[in-house]
Every structure is written in C-alpha cells, then in structure tokens.
Design a protein around this ligand. Structure first.
Ligand code: ATP
Ligand code: MG
Length: 456
C-alpha cells in the first residue's frame, strides 16, 4: 500500500491540462446549483466517472458519531441500478481502504489490491484503488473512492484531480450545511414569532376582560350608592302622596296625585333594576324546578302579550336554588327584547337543558363558569340580531337602541346582575338577520336536594 501526499508535480502535457481545467471549471459551476447533499453525492459520483474518466466512483458518507461510513452514491459498472443503492455498504472507520482514509484523513492509492490485506473484495474484481477524504468543518464528511480492474493505474495526476473534486465537494457540503442551519434558524424564528403573537393576543384578551370587569364593578358600585339615596327620596315622596290623598277630597286633584304616584312607582322600578344590576337585589332563593317556572311564564306570556312562545323543556332537569320572582322578571325582560327584535312578529323559544360544564376557558360557554353542573335557560328569537359593536355594550346600564323615552336600557343589566347574584352567568349568541339567543346558566343544586312537594 502506498500512502501519498498531493504534490504540485504535473507531467501531463499542456493541452490535456487545459481540458481538465475546463472540465473542473464546469464541475464547479454545476455544483453551485445543486440543492441537497444527496444530489451532490450522485452528481459527483456520476461526473468523476463521466467527465473525469474514472471507470467507477463510490461515495461514502460518514455518520455524525464519526464511527462508520455508509455508501451514499455509486456510479460505474458496479452499480447497475442507476441512481439507487440496494443494501448500501457500511464500513467502520479504520476498516478497509475507505475506512483507513476516513480515520487517517489522508488519501490512499493502492497499486495491487490482491496484495493489500486491507482490501474488502466487492462483486466486481478490482486491482487498483484510489480513495480521498471529504473534510468539512474539521470533520470527516465521507470519502470518494474509485477502483480499476488493472494494476497500478492511479498516479499523482489522478490523485490531484480527485483531491480537487473532493475539495470542491467539501466546500459545497459546508454551504449546504450553512443553508440548513439558516433554514432551521428561520423556522425557529417563525415559531417564536407565532408564539409571541399568540401571547400578545392572549394578554390583550385578558386585559379587555379585566377592563370589562372593572368597568362593571365601578358602575355597579356607583349605581348601588345612587339607587339607595334615590330610593330614600322616593319613599318620602310616596309617603307624602299617601298623606295628601287622605286630605284631598276632590276627584281632579286625586287624579293628579295618581299621576304623581304612577311616576314614583316607575322611578321605584328603575331603582329596583339598578339595584339588581349592582347585585343588591334582596333575593329569596328556594329550590325549584325551572321547567315549572318556564311553563307558567309561557302561559302568562301567551295570555297577556298574545304572542306565541315555543317551549323546549328538558326531561329530568336538575333542581336549582333561585328566587322565582327574579327568574320571572329575567324571563320577561328577555322575552320582551326578543319580541321587540321581531317587529314583524314571530315566536320566541324558551328552552331548558342540563349542562355539565367541563370546557376549558375560551370555548363557547361563558368563561367565568367554574366546571360543574348547570341548568341552562335560554330565550331565542329570529329577530334582527345584534351587531358586534352593540354586543360589547348591551349589558351596560342605560344602553338602549330604542328612541328616547321608549326604553330604560336596564333590562339586560338587571338580568346580568341577578344571574350573577344567583351564582351563574349569561351568554349571548347572535347573528345579524338570523336572531339571538340569551342563555342563563344557573348552578344546579347539590345532588340529593329534594324539590318541595306540591302537597305540602
Ligand atoms: N333579543 C335581542 N335582539 C336584538 N337586540 C337586542 C336583544 N336584546 C337586547 N338587544 C339590544 O340590547 C339593548 C339593551 O337591551 P335592554 O333590555 O337592556 O334595554 P332596552 O330593551 O333597550 O330597554 P328596556 O328593557 O328598558 O325596554 C336593546 O336596546 C337592543 O339594542
Ligand atoms: Mg329590554
């Protein structure tokens, strides 16, 4: 075995040298556009045999651990399968001629393989072999190997050509590795950017929620204080009217007083709604079957409003602990809103359902619900629907889209206050032109809670 170090000695004539330089130039230009390591190895193997006149060429790729070589590309008579290797040969570093080149990182030329104890015989008998390392970023990337059936065909000229090819291949390998690293960095940046966007959106949503909660709390506190003061005044007004009524015999004056009384009663109702929004209603909860309340409400509704109501009642509804009068008021406020949203007429639908809430936050159930059992009471209409802009305000006290003097804008504020005071919440789904559904979620009474018997 002869171990060689490349030299600059060149005894070939000028014409063939110029031809070889041209070939290597073309080779270098072609390498630039090769997109992957696999393509690179196949291109090099093919062109070492084709343009550079070797009879075969096998390229082995080194593993990351720098312990073994795997056949990655082969061209020539030994590989009849085209660009395909069946059962790629695996050679440990140090074993055979290729393994020795990988370990020593130095090229080797063998003049007669039959006399070389390192030769690993292949399917086609060979007598000469030349093998050069591919060194990339200080590591062995692989080796380029070529065999010949005749003795002593490889000399310094072939070593110079193959070493040049190896140097160009290694440079391209480094470029490809850099491209891969850039791609990885780019992908990492894309992921990081997406995460950042997600976090920013989550933070914005949380801030909006917090802002909404603070706004409601501030309005609630203000409303509560104001309502108490105003209620005291109404009590004085009401008491004095009653005294005056006793002292007023003539009918005309009594009618005037009646007008004052009606206005004062409306004022009192306003205050009740405001107090309800501020969650300061005096509730008297009892364990009830919401189905029974709904059924009575729907009958009353059809009778007094002469408007059709569709009922969808769930069987085996869990009992809830609520103030029946408050539920009636909430149903009335929601039903009136539903009818008002259908100026050309239409029926509203009242439904009940047991809900086992297990969904994580952000799903279509209201997020402030802790997981557990709820009874859902919903009121749907096929009316105008609610715009996104209005949706953000409909629960604000005094928000109304009705003409001045036609609505207080306290209906939904009252509903929100009472349902929250009852330990539940309200959710709204609406589509413009298709209608709206308001869903009240009442916490179900603990299991085993008996409904009061009607006979008692
Ligand atoms: N079912 C619904 N369909 C469409 N819009 C609705 C519906 N329910 C409520 N809204 C909107 O929400 C606003 C506030 O409703 P809310 O019940 O609080 O007050 P209001 O109905 O305007 O006044 P009031 O209840 O005193 O008559 C309404 O003016 C309306 O714009
Ligand atoms: Mg209303």
């Amino acid at each position: 075995m002869l171990q060689l170090v490349p030299t600059n000695l060149n005894k070939r004539n000028r014409a063939s040298e110029a031809q070889m330089l041209r070939t290597l130039n073309t080779f270098a230009v072609d390498l630039m556009s090769i997109p992957s390591v696999e393509d690179l190895f196949w291109y090099v193997a093919q062109n070492v045999v084709g343009k550079l006149g070797f009879v075969d060429c096998v390229i082995y790729q080194a593993d990351k651990g720098q312990t073994e070589l795997t056949q990655a590309a082969a061209w020539g008579e030994k590989n009849p399968y085209g660009r395909n290797i069946i059962n790629p040969l695996i050679i440990p570093f140090g074993r055979g001629i290729t393994g020795q080149v990988a370990q020593s990182r130095k090229p080797i030329i063998v003049d007669d393989l039959l006399k070389d104890e390192n030769y690993i015989a292949d399917t086609e008998p060979a007598r000469s072999e030349i093998c050069v390392p591919l060194i990339c970023g200080g590591r062995i990337a692989g080796v380029i190997d070529s065999e010949h059936p005749d003795i002593a065909v490889f000399g310094e000229a072939e070593l110079e050509i193959l070493s040049t090819v190896a140097a160009m291949t290694s440079a391209k390998l480094e470029l490809l590795a850099e491209t891969d690293r850039s791609q990885e960095r780019y992908e990492y940046l894309v992921v990081a950017h997406t995460q950042l966007m997600q976090e920013t959106n989550n933070r914005k949503a949380l801030e909006a929620k917090l802002f909404e909660a603070r706004k409601m709390e501030a309005i609630g506190r203000l409303t509560g204080r104001f309502a108490h003061e105003f209620n005291n005044l109404l009590t004085v007004i009401g008491g004095n009217i009653e005294l005056l009524e006793l002292d007023t015999p003539d009918a005309e004056s009594r009618a005037t007083l009646q007008g004052v009384k009606t206005a004062s009663a409306r004022g009192a109702q306003l205050i009740r709604d405001m107090l309800a929004f501020a969650q300061r209603t005096r509730l008297s909860p009892v364990t009830v079957d919401l189905n029974a309340l709904v059924s009575t409400f729907c009958q009353d509704c059809e009778r007094t409003l002469a408007s059709p109501v569709e009922q969808s009642i769930a069987a085996d509804l869990w009992p809830v602990s609520v103030d029946p009068v408050a539920v009636d008021n909430m149903l009335l406020a929601l039903a009136l809103n539903g009818f008002e949203a259908m100026p050309n007429g239409g029926r509203i639908k009242v439904a009940t359902k047991n809900i086992f809430h297990t969904l994580p936050e952000g799903q279509h159930l209201p997020s402030e619900l802790t997981p557990g059992r709820y009874v859902r009471l919903s009121v749907s209409d096929r009316g105008t629907g609610i715009t996104a802009e209005h949706m953000a305000q409909i629960f604000d006290p005094f928000f109304t889209t009705k003409a001045a003097g036609e609505g207080t804008g306290l209906g939904l504020s009252m509903v929100l206050g009472v349902i929250r005071q009852s330990g539940g919440t309200v959710a709204v789904r609406s589509e413009i032109g298709l209608g709206s559904t308001f869903e009240l979620y009442f916490p179900a009474s603990p299991c085993g809670t008996e409904l009061p018997s009607e006979n008692h």
